[in-house]
Design a protein around this ligand. Structure first.
Ligand SMILES: Cc1cc2nc3c(=O)[nH]c(=O)nc-3n(C[C@H](O)[C@H](O)[C@H](O)COP(=O)(O)OP(=O)(O)OC[C@H]3O[C@@H](n4cnc5c(N)ncnc54)[C@H](O)[C@@H]3O)c2cc1C
Length: 377
């Protein structure tokens, strides 16, 4: 029986563990830095059909329908005038039980944890060193040692284990943007509403069938290094208020008092793709590559990368990194293009963008290429 270590119990690590649960040829352990999972937060996540298909393979379609939402459209608005620009029918890419889904992140984590026996998760556990003989020897900060056949690195965008395994500086880059997140109840629109403003955008979508909604805004901000590294800076209530007021001053939407649980954090993206020299080590999820959040593909691609890594181990092939590299390029270019187009500030370029958006949102060939290529596999 082959032994697999999974470093990090986020979306990608837990999905990988679910695949291993179904295969008696492997034993595994998850090593998670935190002392417990946050399983009651109300923030949302969008999952496109590519990852829903993979989740359905491990039983996600049986989840209580009240806990998820299936939006049909993304509706684009001009945040300044509040006028609708156009809409895209994302339900066109749905097939069988595989439907574009919005939900709370905690709903997804609870689902992924459901099938994992408690004794397979080691909390408060951080990798400190790795050495290789025939197998992979792992050393942890608490001085525990253990040997494995395969190593899955799924410890997120700031992956420490990646820096231990791969020498070169693989730290992610600050995207000059801040995410402002919150939740609200009873919003007027049940689709995904996307508001494009100068140097910011925000999105509101339902996270279940109980009229609960997620609010997420991406706001451009140049910050000093000390500010980026200071957690308290982002949780300061005056700072949150300033960010919210910045948005509200540029849009007629009056929902300030409706948004609860505001939080902000700096956004990072990966600084290139790193590949370990050993064949039995796999970087998955954000540890492999963290995308700008303007194409809502991070979690979906995290799940897809875990599936590809699992298939590579099962089939003893050697094309995981090449396959992921091609997908990363395609998703990254779309994420960056969205990020650029969503934040235009010059009235003339905004006017042109809106004309393009109206035309492209109804152009089948374009949608098939821009969204279908990513959503279909
Ligand atoms: C503002 C924003 C909005 C987003 N919205 C969406 C969206 O709508 N749709 C979408 O698909 N994606 C979205 N994403 C991206 C998505 O959240 C991530 O891509 C996804 O969570 C990555 O999963 P992961 O398992 O790789 O990492 P994570 O979910 O970050 O999990 C990493 C785990 O590793 C643990 N860990 C960290 N360091 C160590 C260590 N040294 N040792 C052991 N364990 C460790 C952490 O505690 C955590 O449990 C968004 C991202 C942002 C920033």
């Amino acid at each position: 029986m082959k032994k697999i270590a999974i470093i990090g119990g986020g979306i990608s690590g837990l999905y990988f563990a679910n695949l291993l649960e179904k295969n008696k040829n492997y034993s595994y352990k998850i090593f998670e830095k935190k002392s417990r999972f946050e399983l009651d937060d109300g923030y949302g996540i969008q999952l496109s059909v590519n990852s829903i298909k993979l989740l359905n393979e491990i039983g996600f379609s049986d989840i209580e329908s009240q806990k998820v939402y299936f939006p049909k459209k993304v509706i684009f608005y001009d945040a300044k005038s509040f006028n609708k620009i156009c809409d895209i029918d994302i339900s066109k890419f749905n097939y069988e039980k595989n439907r574009y889904t919005t939900l709370k992140r905690s709903t997804l984590l609870n689902f992924l944890l459901k099938n994992i026996p408690k004794e397979k998760i080691n909390y408060n556990s951080e990798l400190s060193d790795v050495s290789f003989e025939n197998k992979i020897n792992l050393k942890f900060l608490d001085n525990n040692y253990e040997t494995f056949d395969y190593l899955i690195l799924s410890d997120g965008v700031f992956s420490k284990s990646k820096s231990i395994i791969i020498d070169k500086d693989s730290r992610p880059k600050y995207l000059n943007s801040i995410a402002l997140r919150g939740s609200l109840k009873n919003f007027e629109n049940n689709d995904i509403s996307l508001y494009l403003g100068p140097n910011f955008h925000f999105v509101i979508y339902p996270v279940n069938q109980n009229n609960e909604f997620n609010f997420i805004s991406i706001i451009r901000k140049n910050l000093k290094k000390e500010q980026i590294n200071d957690q308290n800076y982002f949780q300061n209530s005056d700072f949150l208020e300033t960010l919210m007021n910045e948005i509200l001053s540029k849009t007629p939407v009056k929902f300030k008092d409706k948004i609860e649980n505001l939080k902000s954090f700096p956004i990072f993206r990966s600084n290139g793709l790193s590949k370990p020299s050993k064949k039995n080590i796999f970087l998955v999820g954000d540890a492999l590559y963290a995308f700008p959040p303007s194409f809502a593909q991070g979690a979906s691609q995290s799940i897809a990368s875990s599936k590809d890594a699992y298939d590579e181990i099962e089939n003893n092939t050697d094309n995981y990194y090449q396959k992921r590299n091609e997908k990363i390029k395609a998703v990254n270019s779309r994420s960056m293009l969205n990020y650029f187009a969503f934040h235009l500030s010059n009235p003339f370029t905004i006017f042109l963008r809106n004309i393009f958006l109206k035309y492209l949102s109804k152009n089948k060939k374009f949608l098939e290429n821009y969204l279908g290529k990513i959503y279909k596999n």
